[in-house]
Design a protein around this ligand. Structure first.
Ligand code: 5BU
Length: 256
């Protein structure tokens, strides 16, 4: 059975950001997210200049930057507009509602000011989503729930994944999709973002497990591949980003 294109799926998304992501992917012909796991702002800026035109999403771990400033987050949003990508802060919120609400807005990072999307563990139950949505929804942000992880021997069970999907269904305006290794439900409005992607299916020394772009996007039918070290540790990040972008688009196009 043929699948709908990203462009066609925009109409099924209930959240305005999700619609924009589907349309950007369709227009830019990119389903690549760069996981910019570097520890200095300058290195991150260099990576954006090298890879920005090839990605639909920039994924950050802002708490690993040694020299983060408020001005840097403003630069990030300017570059996101210039190069046309969305910013995903991989914060993995996991606490009670009252706490995550403050973590989302306050502290050093003020994540709600600059990140288009964030993610959260479903473990604490629906209160975590209600709380984050109070901050994010009026600002047209989106939330991804962690339905699966790429790490070896993680404790997520099939039942946990199913319950995560049921929880997402209670918040169709704010939850835009899942972090997952495979497509999990029929609804074409959800986005599936897959970390643990490289051209060779290996593991790292600390339990990360990789699948190929082809496996994620074609066999497992997810939507966006998240690539970190496959690009940022290569000799030529710009060239590697292009290779992942092309492989990602080819694998998606085969599904249509
Ligand atoms: P890598 O260098 O491509 O292995 O980086 C993967 C990134 O995705 C890294 O930032 C992780 O924190 C993130 N990640 C992951 O690898 N696996 C998961 O299940 C989740 C996030 Br959720």
């Amino acid at each position: 059975m043929k699948t709908l294109s990203y462009g066609d799926r925009a109409q099924f998304a209930r959240n305005p950001l999700a619609k924009k992501i589907f349309l950007l992917m369709h227009e830019k012909k990119s389903n690549l997210a760069l996981s910019a796991d570097v520890t200095s702002c300058d290195t991150l800026l260099t990576l954006i200049k090298q890879c920005g035109s090839d990605i639909c999403v920039l994924k950050t771990h802002v708490d690993i930057l040694d020299d983060f400033t408020q001005e840097f987050s403003e630069t990030l949003t300017t570059l996101a507009k210039q190069y046309q990508f969305f910013i995903f802060e991989d914060r993995k919120f996991a606490d009670i509602g009252n706490t995550v609400k403050q973590q989302y807005q306050h502290g050093i990072y003020h994540i709600a000011d600059w990140a288009d999307m964030i993610n959260a563990h479903s473990l604490p139950g629906p209160g975590i989503v209600s709380a984050l949505s109070e901050i994010g929804l009026p600002r047209q942000k989106g939330l991804l729930l962690l339905a699966e992880m790429s790490s070896k021997n993680n404790f997520i069970t099939t039942e946990y994944t199913q319950k995560t999907i049921q929880m997402a269904e209670q918040f169709p305006e704010f939850v835009i999709g899942f972090i997952a290794q495979r497509k999990l439900a029929f609804s074409p409005g959800w986005l599936y973002l897959t970390p643990g992607v490289q051209f060779s299916e290996k593991t790292d020394a600390l339990g990360q497990q990789y699948i190929t772009p082809e496996k994620a996007l074609f066999q497992n039918e997810t939507d966006i591949i998240i690539v970190g070290r496959g690009i940022i540790h290569s000799d030529d990040p710009a060239a590697s980003a292009k290779q992942y972008r092309e492989a990602g688009w080819r694998a998606y196009a085969k599904r249509l």
